[in-house]
Ligand binder design. Structure first.
Ligand code: AMP
Length: 412
């Protein structure tokens, strides 16, 4: 596996040059397993999460096929369609497709909600080789005949499980009904609930199934820590943590939009480059925030859970949970923003006494306790002043010594 190269997979030369520019040397497991059957024209069912390299896995063969047949797309038509559940994910796919196709003459158009419809229609006037979109806006342009899918030879449905969670099934069925019978299709999903299986059956023809399990060497390595402190102390702890340059690229999660603004203002006042993204920010503000974070212009991004869906930035050194998430499952999504593509990452949570119940549910979900740093939590009143053996914080409290992870020195 380790000496397998992209060239050995049979990709066209312009794509290999683009991969070199980005220093993608070795295909990830999903890429190694998906690219050959997709180049051979097969349909594909990919069970893999974000972070596995699935975007390049489906984009490279698509670009290979499109590049091999240079034709001018007719106005309002496209030759390939990639559907993603969120705008952020669509924009990330667009970014990947653009760099991979840098040496090919292909037109990519992004069709997403929350951005100028007029500009998207103007872009479609010249026709597209690839449309990357979210289901709602794609259907909207189909309705007004400003997007015609009859010429699509390659279709990708990304993050199918999230699409269904977000209630897009009707839109997806409309899109699929408008596609020609003769086409190549891929469906990617992190999980395979029954609805996704039946969608895959209706969409794919004798697909190759590629499943990437979270193996030890590919699973992100995330060190997790929790600080017990009152809400009122969280801001100054965050600012003291940020003095450590080891926290080089940090996402701070807050529970509310107001909280995100407040925390971002405090970070800015302390002299750090920071942006906030949440539901009240416009699409262009969100794009700017993500761009500045991705390029390293801003060291810190403050986000709410909804706004953070689909954020994929490599090299996030630390995730700070300023507030614990209302939904314990969101904890796993949040910390997954660090430790991407096999890199090490650190997740630090701040836990006010009121959040202790949520922490316990999260720990149950994780299957074990999160390491405590700094002061142990004061005993819970309902637990007999912490005298019971195994009371939270007593048995598992740990103080760091010289082996502290980077970025934790000022924390203990
Ligand atoms: P994805 O799962 O497509 O969202 O990709 C996760 C991250 O891995 C992205 O930031 C990619 O830029 C990166 N990546 C994908 N494929 C490779 C590769 N073969 N080598 C190095 N990085 C990669």
């Amino acid at each position: 596996m380790t000496d397998l190269s992209f060239a050995a997979l049979g990709l066209a030369e312009p794509l290999l040059r683009a991969l070199q520019t980005r220093k993608f040397v070795t295909p990830t497991p999903i890429q190694a397993d998906s690219i050959p059957p997709l180049l051979a024209g097969r349909d594909l069912l990919g069970i893999a999460q974000t972070g596995s390299g699935k975007t390049a896995a489906f984009s490279l063969p698509m670009l290979h096929h499109l590049g091999a047949q240079p034709v001018r797309p007719a106005p309002f038509t496209t030759r390939a369609l990639i559907l993603a559940p969120t705008r952020e994910l669509a924009l990330q796919i667009d970014e990947t497709v653009r760099f991979l196709s840098a040496n090919l003459r292909l037109r990519t158009v992004v069709i997403i909600g929350g951005a100028s419809r007029f500009k998207q229609v103007e872009a479609m006037r010249r026709g597209a080789d690839i449309v990357i979109g979210t289901p709602g806006r794609v259907c909207d342009l189909m309705n007004t005949r400003e997007l015609n899918l009859a010429g699509v030879s390659c279709f990708v449905l990304d993050e199918a499980d999230r699409m269904l969670d977000l209630g897009f099934i009707k839109d997806i069925r409309r899109v699929v009904a408008a596609l020609p019978q003769k086409r190549q299709s891929c469906l990617f999903s992190a999980t395979m609930p029954r609805e996704v299986t039946s969608l895959a059956e209706s969409l794919l023809r004798e697909p190759v199934r590629v499943e990437i399990e979270r193996k030890e060497e590919t699973a992100p390595k995330i060190d997790q820590f929790v600080h017990h402190l009152p809400q009122s102390g969280k801001q100054s702890l965050l600012l003291s943590l940020l003095q450590d340059q080891g926290l080089s690229r940090v996402i701070v999660f807050t529970r509310t939009k107001h909280g995100a603004n407040k925390v971002a203002a405090a970070i800015e006042n302390a002299g750090h480059q920071v942006n906030a993204i949440h539901g009240n920010k416009s699409q262009s503000q969100r794009e700017k925030a993500l761009r500045e974070f991705r390029t390293g212009r801003a060291r810190v991004l403050v986000a709410t859970d909804i706004a953070a869906r689909g954020i994929d930035v490599t090299g996030v050194s630390h995730v700070v949970n300023f507030d614990l998430p209302a939904e314990p499952e969101s904890y796993v999504h949040r910390i997954g923003r660090t430790g991407r593509a096999g890199a090490a990452g650190v997740a630090i949570s701040f836990c006010d006494p009121e959040e202790r119940g949520t922490l316990r549910v999260i720990e149950r979900l994780l299957g074990g306790p999160i390491t405590i740093v700094g002061d142990a939590p004061p005993p819970m009143q309902s637990q007999g002043q912490g005298k019971r053996p195994g009371a939270p914080g007593q048995a598992r409290r740990r103080r760091f010594n010289g082996n502290q992870p980077r970025g934790m020195r000022s924390a203990a």
